[in-house]
Design a protein around this ligand. Sequence first.
Ligand code: GCB
Length: 647
Amino acid sequence: MSPKLSACWVALGPLLCSCALALQGGMLFPVETPSREVKVLDGLWHFRADFSENRLLGFEQQWYRQPLRESGPTLDMPVPSSFNDITQEAQLRDFIGWVWYEREAVLPQRWTQDTNTRVVLRINSAHYHSIVWVNGVHVVEHEGGHLPFEADISKLVQTGPETTCRITIAINNTLTPHTLPPGSIIYKTDAPFPKNYFFQNTSFDFFNYAGLHRSVVLYTTPTTYIDDITVTTDVEQEVGLVNYWISVQGDDHFQLEVRLLDEDGKVVAQEMGEQGQLRVPSANLWWPYLMHEHPAYLYSLEVRMARTVSDSDFYTLPVGIRTVAVTESKFLINGKPFYFHGVNKHEDSDIRGKGFDWPLLIKDFNLLKWLGANSFRTSHYPYSEEVLQLCDRYGIVVIDECPGVGIKLPQSFGNESLRHHLEVMDELVRRDKNHPAVVMWSVANEPASALKPAAYYFKTLISHTKALDPTRPVTFVTNEKYNADLGAPYVDVVCVNSYFSWYHDSGHLEVIQPQLKSQFENWYKTHKKPIIQSEYGADTIAGFHQDPPVMFSEEYQKALLENYHLVFDQKRKEYVVGELIWNFADFMTNQSPIRVIGNKKGIFTRQRQPKSAAFILRERYWRIVSETMDHHSMPMTQCLGTRPLTF
Ligand code: GCB
């Protein structure tokens, strides 16, 4: 690494070591209950990018010590949002280094005066490396975007009559060969480049948006509190089994009461104690969308921790009872074959970049419903918790992917990278383990898995993930050759990406069928595992038409899809268990001669308008539903007439 940026990381050396701190304890989603309050700090924050040559001026001048406006000019920056596309400055769009966010929060008096109240600051996603101060005091730091981290700030805010606190967050979007995703900074020192010129090199195909991408939240719990809940489910004949483990922090003396309520609010099982099993006779199972007349059935697990009558903590967790299993050729949900007909997505939209946005989210779910999609992969990083909550409620099945994308360099397979990757899986599993919609973990996308160290790397990573969660299969998504991939022996399901007639044999649609057939046959013969076509697609500029089809026209995207579908239809009778189009919507990438204002492989535009291919896919997905319904418990007419169409 160049001395300049390494200085920036070295300067943080001692702080980086404390990352593990962020891993202790649970990471329950903040909800309001009779014992908990939540204050969401969405809105305008003060913002400054540190354009100084070494990007360290903010640390040298300790910008966190006083209000940010006192150390120089600030911008108004909306949170949640990426900062990149908010202004007219290309310099800020492409900025690499530290940016500073700050705002004051007014706290209810009870929070600052009642020392039996624990006040927690939670950052739901800050990309990439963050350091947080409250009233100028360092409280936490975290490496990696997309996953939440927290700090208990009770002591800092319970010091006197003051009821405001100043939150300062410094965020650095610099990637190194050991971050996830990896990247590197390239310095251009030869003459024709401007002075001190550098840029960030990455091997992934989406814009490295940065900033406070999700809400920053303050919430309270009592000082003795429910820290974590883990639920796994099983089914024995008609009886649903809900196994639970609860951890309480703060004191050893408490009682725990656990009740499971059905959708009508009726208590169907209850238990006492930190761990146990709830048995639900004639359980309503959690079924995927379009697989059952009443999909996505959710029970509520009400947990009450009590020390005394007036000192209790409450938390309610939605619970879906379902099983997941993989055989040599099938993916089973509740013992029935499940076929993934869905999409790959990105968290991406105009202006807000990767910033969380409710209207966009609900629009996307309505489009999935319209399409008849039953699943998606969180390509190529964990999506917001709100997304997973909606998937639980709607029955949309999720392959939950970590940010292991673009792992191409040999040094990204070393111990330092592996250690971080294992930590990220800890954080991901801890956050998402209780979502019934999540049916499989994906530990990476298209790594250089034919490199020698990949065998040990993926063996370790996958066995670690299975140890964290023995109830779900684990995969990574490959584009290596079936006989060269050193990670494939360790996955439960083969997820393979291919772009026949696009990146290979460009323009030759006629190669798709024979090449795809042999792709499937080779992978199956070698590994004897179910296969998902985890990406396929073609860039298409909405409104470009050409017949006979040529690349980038809507006709070409349609024809490419249709050729793939013919082979899927043969092979899904055997061992192909899913097809996920690349991509749900157009999305922003780095500038490049093969990208026309971003990647255009969406079946919807970035503004969520359908291209012709969306109608092809819609017709197909609904046809698959009508065919497979016959094999399941309900007739299609019932399915169309009731809940699935309205969620
Ligand atoms: C891939 C990658 C994805 C890219 C896509 C493409 O294989 O997994 O991130 O965006 O191809 O369009 O090139």
